[in-house]
Design a binder for this molecule. Structure first.
Ligand code: 5RP
Length: 227
């Protein structure tokens, strides 16, 4: 199977998960990236049972709307006292504890906000994303543009090699620094430490709030792992 076929199969499994676990008319959080795109295309088949979606990026919002799925503003959802029981999103890396590196698609901040609100984070990946230790994938860090150089200096002090992602501006108008070569022995601690650097909006470690469920596609089918 190609990687796209694996992504398609896990997207279909996530759609079935939503059909089984999302209460009728409830709100669904939707992630960003190629796996999330396959999921959006799959979930369009059951759009009547979804009360609305919260999008983790402008690209996802546009794709959901193209399928006729109503996209809701997260603040209004919370102001109205509504819940978002499930959030489905991909990852760049995931470990056995379901901690992740995300942000390859530069949507990490909105993804982290939506994940923080969701009752259950369902991560959808092909097996190439499962790793023994996070860190081979460069860690994305969203930064306020005027703080770019000073944040890069602080990240270098942590032992990484920061590289500005050229030609990318996030949906929030910020820059992305990808940090190569970090030794991530304690993902929660590093997530907190990097977020303390003045000028960092957030970083792509999802360890403090990892996934609750991992749907992992391989040649042998889709396996479910729980945190
Ligand atoms: C976007 C993300 C994506 O979830 C991550 O990059 C995985 O993408 P893909 O499904 O295309 O491999 O974090 O910011």
């Amino acid at each position: 199977m190609t990687q796209d076929e694996l992504k398609q199969s896990v997207a279909q499994a996530a759609c079935e998960y939503v059909a089984t676990h999302l209460p009728n008319g409830a709100i669904l959080g939707v992630g960003t990236g190629s796996t999330a795109n396959f999921f959006i295309d799959a979930v369009a088949q059951i759009k009547e049972r979804i009360g609305g979606a919260v999008a983790s990026s402008e690209a996802t919002r546009l794709r959901l709307e193209a399928h006729g799925i109503r996209v809701l503003d997260l603040n209004s959802v919370i102001d109205e006292g509504r819940d978002m029981p499930i959030y489905v999103d991909g990852a760049d890396e995931v470990d056995a504890n379901l901690a992740m590196i995300k942000g390859g698609g530069a949507a990490l901040t909105r993804e982290k906000i939506v994940a923080a609100v969701a009752g259950r984070f369902v991560c959808v990946c092909d097996q190439s994303k499962l790793v023994a230790q996070l860190g081979r994938f460069p860690l994305p860090v969203e930064v306020i543009p005027m703080a770019r150089a000073q944040v890069a200096r602080a990240l270098a002090k942590l032992g990484g090699e920061p590289r500005l992602r050229t030609g990318v501006i996030t949906d929030n108008g910020n820059a992305i620094i990808d940090v190569h070569g970090l030794a991530i022995t304690d993902a929660r601690q590093l997530e907190i430490e990097i977020n303390q650097i003045t000028g960092v909006v957030t970083n792509g470690l999802f360890a403090c709030r990892g996934a609750d469920v991992l749907l992992l596609a391989s040649e042998h089918g889709v396996k479910t792992m729980l945190a």
